[in-house]
Design a protein around this ligand. Sequence first.
Ligand SMILES: Cc1cc2nc3c(=O)[nH]c(=O)nc-3n(C[C@H](O)[C@H](O)[C@H](O)COP(=O)(O)OP(=O)(O)OC[C@H]3O[C@@H](n4cnc5c(N)ncnc54)[C@H](O)[C@@H]3O)c2cc1C
Length: 369
Amino acid sequence: MLPAAIATLNMPFPGAGMTCAAQSDTLLSGVAENRQARASNNDSRFPISRQSVVCQMSWARRILVQASESAWLRDHGPRLRFVQRASRRFLPGERLEDALAAARRLAGNGITSLITHLGENVRDRAEAAAVTREYVGILESIRAATLPAEISIKLTQLGLDNDRNFCFANLVTLIEAAAGSNAAANFVWIDMEQSAYVDATLDLHRRAREAHPNVGVCVQAYLRRTAADLESLVAMGASVRLVKGAYSEPRHVAFEKKSEVDENFFRLAQSLLSAEARRAGVRAVLGTHDTGLIARISAWAKSQGVEKDRLEFAMLYGIQRAEQLRLAREGYRSCVLVSYGSYWFPWYMRRLAERPANLWFIGRNLFAK
Ligand SMILES: Cc1cc2nc3c(=O)[nH]c(=O)nc-3n(C[C@H](O)[C@H](O)[C@H](O)COP(=O)(O)OP(=O)(O)OC[C@H]3O[C@@H](n4cnc5c(N)ncnc54)[C@H](O)[C@@H]3O)c2cc1C
């Protein structure tokens, strides 16, 4: 599998039929999406069809998502120094202190943080218990440093694959540890993982929320079921983080076309910000770097009289920094998810899959000293 990942560096991404000049234009300028738009306008300077680019981008995405799921690559990929160097764009470091230092810098710019300790599919009970203790430690550190930060966890890190009740007990430990604080570190977010985990995740979130208000859950706009799931979350006045979705899912489960996912994201954001949702006390966090979508949602919210500080936008560390700052400056709530830990390989592959032009960073680090 490693050769497959390295081969992606030599892949004629983003289009096999593209000239070298066109490729380097795309990779160097990092504007693959603009390029697609120009191609769709039949601009003769870009002699590739939009369909060909989209098709080959999804091919690159599929390989990267599969790489994120390979156990062999997970063990061997992180040892490659050029991959380590490239990952630093999205990861301030492997230690908690690195994440806290990043959170402090963000706070200086009016941006809150969401701290996560990388890991997933922990099958060993002792290891899941250790992850729970690690998160309690994060909450204590955030509190000690009075940082405006919350935590975000994956249920498969807390033992969901092993024993649902054990996982629930670990989740409640974290929620109670968070509730013990005052302003800082008082909230626990539950990430959404592959579609096979959605029922269990929503069930454990609902059970936890019956006793504790300081827990929220992520939902994914690419899933066909999410509109229905959101109805019940809105009815209970839940805290919801809406994202597009980062895993590889079959077409009967998830929308395939980016345009469908984007449109669904917009509709779901409207539900989360609706008068009914606001009356129910819903906290809506919109986790996206899509500046077009952010502009569309903010314009719609303004037209509905929704106050700016009710709109909370969340992005990943290292992506769209200017937009993060702009949102904070203009009075929106701006939040950044900061990850740390040594188990970063699958997570990093998913970041590459979201924008295969990021492979350029790996390529550049291959030759860096
Ligand atoms: C705070 C937060 C929490 C998340 N939690 C989850 C979760 O629990 N479960 C889950 O499945 N997914 C999660 N995700 C990931 C999410 O599902 C998407 O995969 C990711 O956000 C990319 O989608 P997008 O909305 O930015 O839109 P896209 O359409 O993918 O991207 C829009 C634009 O943003 C920029 N961009 C996007 N991603 C990247 C990148 N990796 N590198 C560089 N530029 C990029 C590009 O300019 C791109 O054109 C989370 C994302 C965020 C921001």
